[in-house]
Write a protein that binds this ligand. Structure first.
Ligand code: ATP
Length: 422
């Protein structure tokens, strides 16, 4: 790129430069002052590369000069940003951490971010995690958003234990996540299962906090789904209860704020905060494309850290396939004491068939198909690229050279692998 394409942007204090990469790439460099992207500080004179589709904000508390290069880049400066509000939220969390630090009978903050889709919930979680790391804390980021989660592939909920700032381009280090397989991209596909997994995840996190003082003090920052009506609302209330949060930030939705004030216990502090004008509203198609991109990244990595997945065949007889959720039996056929809802969380065996093509499968650590499969964190994911009925084999796309377990859980998520496209 020629020198002429460099655009120098001078930012005043408490302003942000919003950048949308419509075509090609953008290169960003901090040349003077101090600035950050979603809470991660920029290193002076280091070039950061952002791919097409990226949407970022370079914020500065004290003023900065930034160089931006890229012909397909749209950028503008805004001094109307809620960053100071987010900083105050962080300061309140830090107060709770200080109390927990002095008194082991207290615990760190537990905060949940809620709001409709595309209001910046994930971004605020990232900012709060980054700010706490910058104070030397080790928070836990919990992601309950099974549609656009940041921790693993779509259809999962999970947590990461954070002790370093998010990489400006790659995000947080998700190499050792705690992941539960939900198997679909909206809680509505199986509400009892969603609820059960939220409780299970909360239990695992509580156990971690009980034995790890840094995690207990660092606290829990929870991202949620953007489904805030009807059953979606109930999922939020249940999640707040399961994680015993003491504060909930509602971004940009007054009614949700009022409903939660009515329905959550009075000790829960509920805050109503604005969304940033920089957040992007994404269409259904864009969301689907982002999910696919997320799975692609799981197998193939990113431009700066590429991964080389394996493709191999496994015999039908070498794997045990299962799914979560069975056909509903009429009440009269249920065993004594069984609840009508139980079919939703029943683990049942599945026979290999061509319907598995392009299916994402979760790898369970279980050795057999049992109800244990449900509550166990998964080892990873594979995709079925082909099913050969004659040879009785599945062709699998996998991050590892061989399957770490033979129990594979079928999800309702599909992914068309690049290698299957001629
Ligand atoms: P969902 O409910 O779909 O998960 P969300 O509420 O978590 O969405 P985010 O993913 O945080 O929303 O934000 C939506 C998009 O807006 C992202 O691409 C993010 O990078 C971008 N974004 C957030 N804040 C800003 C900002 N201040 N300036 C520019 N872009 C921003």
């Amino acid at each position: 790129m020629s020198e002429a394409e460099v655009q120098e942007k001078k930012l005043n204090e408490d302003t942000e430069l919003r950048i949308v990469v419509n075509e090609g790439e953008a290169i960003v460099e901090l040349v003077d002052g101090r600035a950050e992207i979603f809470g991660s500080e920029l290193v002076k004179n280091k070039k950061y590369l952002f791919q097409k589709g990226s949407r970022i904000a370079i914020f500065t508390y004290e003023g900065a000069t930034v160089d931006v290069v890229g012909s397909g880049v749209h950028s503008y400066t805004s001094d109307e940003t809620p960053m100071v509000i987010y900083l105050n939220t962080h300061a309140a969390l830090e107060q709770i951490r200080k109390v927990a630090e002095c008194d082991p009978s207290h615990r760190g903050p537990r905060i949940m971010l809620v709001g409709p889709t595309d209001v910046g919930k994930s971004t605020v979680c990232r900012i709060l995690c980054n700010y706490s790391v910058r104070m030397g804390r080790s928070p836990i980021l919990v992601d309950l958003d099974v549609g656009q989660g940041e921790i693993s592939v779509p259809g999962t909920m999970g947590a990461i234990f954070i002790n370093k700032m998010a990489d400006i381009m790659e995000g947080f280090d998700c190499s050792r996540p705690l992941v539960f397989n939900f198997g679909a991209t909206t809680p509505s596909e199986n509400l009892p299962l969603y609820d059960l997994l939220v409780k299970e995840l909360a239990e695992v996190i509580n156990q971690r906090c009980a034995v790890n003082r840094d995690s207990n003090i660092g606290g829990i920052i929870i991202n949620t789904c953007g489904w805030v009506h009807g059953d979606g609302y109930q999922c939020l209330v249940s999640a707040a209860e399961a994680f015993e949060v003491e504060s909930v930030v509602v971004i940009d939705h007054e009614r949700l704020y009022n409903d939660l004030k009515r329905d959550l216990p009075s000790f829960v502090k509920i805050l109503h905060q604005p969304k940033s004008g920089g957040t992007e509203t994404r269409s259904k198609e864009m969301r689907a494309a982002m999910r696919s991109e997320r799975i692609h990244r799981y197998f193939y990595g990113t431009a700066s850290s590429r991964l080389n997945p394996y493709t191999f065949e496994v015999n039908f007889s070498d794997v045990l396939l299962a799914k979560i959720g069975a056909e509903q039996l009429p009440e009269s056929c249920l065993p004594f004491g069984a609840k009508i809802d139980d079919h939703n969380t029943k683990v049942v065996g599945v026979k290999p068939s061509s319907s598995l093509i392009h299916c994402l499968l979760a790898i369970s650590p279980s050795t057999s198909i049992s109800q244990n499969v449900l509550k166990e964190t998964v080892l990873g994911f594979v995709v079925v690229n082909q099913v050969n009925d004659e040879a009785q084999t599945l062709t699998i796309l996998s991050p590892q050279q061989e399957l770490p377990s033979k129990v594979l859980i079928v999800t309702s998520i599909k992914f068309v692998d690049d290698r299957t496209i001629e």
